[in-house]
Design a protein around this ligand. Structure first.
Ligand code: NI
Length: 335
């Protein structure tokens, strides 16, 4: 019985691949269409796999129901009429995120597709870069929030939205139960979810299998709620050693600005601290579980924006800085 399920699964995947790459079944429009499990965009990892990377100014998505590829672009930023694009489709199956790539040569002005090449399926984990025009000549900064989610997290997402800012939330697996709605709200608002272990133990004191448990359990819980797996890992207390680097299947993200929000619980002090230290490429550490932090973000964002800062997720910042994150490596800033 299981064998048949597997075979029909393969058949479905094969059919989907054909639909995507069939020349005459694809219409191009300049609208963007989002569908929960099928969204195509430029990944911030594997930049080397993109044949023609057009300077952040083009995104796309595939709507399988209508066999359409939707391209979202601005002629103003595209010099060539014809571009070769690799589309990444991700879908979930058996708790694994699968990735299909489809390579198309597209004439943007006449809106036709010249050729297509099907590439091999791969199993990967990656997030997507939210479609927003980031000005690379202006400073970019990443906000990161640890130890949530809790009742304050939802308020914080609203504050970030108010200023069109985004952030990475390094969540604890043990805090997910009861806060599923908050996790979904993160995804719905284009925030990034990172892994911050299950129970916030000091990993350097644990055995290999316990460390793996702490990471894997949290990844699974996040996946069960949001249908996406985190790409980034931040060990509890930001502490790591050689063993943790080897075990981690993700890039390890620490920070270079510590707001000490957990210590002061004083929004004015926290926001002052950020404004004093902020530089292009910084990763700022905060905790979404405190109301003082939520208020601090509300105070600091308009100031940072006034200074020209673009506040994004950790993955986005590295993407826009053209830094490819590698698993097991430590990153404290994008400089
Ligand atoms: Ni923490």
């Amino acid at each position: 019985m299981r064998k048949y399920i597997f075979i029909s699964f393969l058949l479905i995947i094969f059919l989907l691949g054909n639909i995507i790459c069939k020349n005459n079944s694809i219409n191009i429009t300049n609208k963007i269409y989002k569908q929960k499990n099928i969204e195509v965009n430029y990944p911030h990892f594997k930049i080397e796999n993109i044949d023609n990377y057009i300077d952040n100014y083009i995104t796309s998505s595939i709507n399988l129901n209508y066999n359409n590829i939707f391209l979202d672009y601005d002629y103003n930023y595209i010099n060539k009429n014809e571009v070769e694009l690799t589309f990444y489709e991700h879908y979930s199956a058996n708790n694994i995120l699968k990735l299909d790539t489809c390579n198309l040569n597209i004439n943007l002005r006449d809106k036709y597709i010249k050729k297509n090449i099907n590439k091999k399926d791969k199993d990967v984990q990656y997030n997507f870069v939210y479609n927003q025009k980031i000005d690379k000549t202006k400073p970019i900064i990443a906000f990161s929030f640890d130890d949530g989610p809790n009742y304050n997290t939802s308020k914080l997402i609203d504050v970030l939205n108010k200023y069109n800012a985004r952030a990475t939330f390094f969540v604890l697996g043990s805090k997910i139960k009861g806060n599923e709605k908050v996790l979904k709200k993160m995804v719905d608002n284009n925030m990034e979810i990172g892994n911050h272990t299950y129970s916030h133990k000091l990993l350097t004191r644990l055995t290999n299998s316990k460390i793996e448990d702490e990471i894997n359990k949290t990844n699974e819980l996040i996946y069960n709620v949001t249908n996406t797996k985190p790409v980034l890992f931040r060990p509890s207390y930001g502490s790591f050693n050689k063993k943790i680097k080897e075990i981690s299947n993700s890039p390890i993200i620490i920070w270079d600005i510590d707001t000490l929000d957990w210590k002061y619980h004083n929004s004015k002090m926290i926001s002052k601290n950020i404004l004093k230290k902020a530089k292009d490429g910084d990763i700022i550490l905060m905790h979404d579980i405190y109301s003082a932090t939520v208020n601090a973000v509300d105070q600091v964002l308009p100031e940072l924006i006034k200074q020209g800062y673009q506040v994004v997720t950790v993955s986005e910042m590295f993407y826009y800085k053209n830094i490819v994150l590698e698993k097991g490596k430590i990153y404290g800033s994008a400089k």
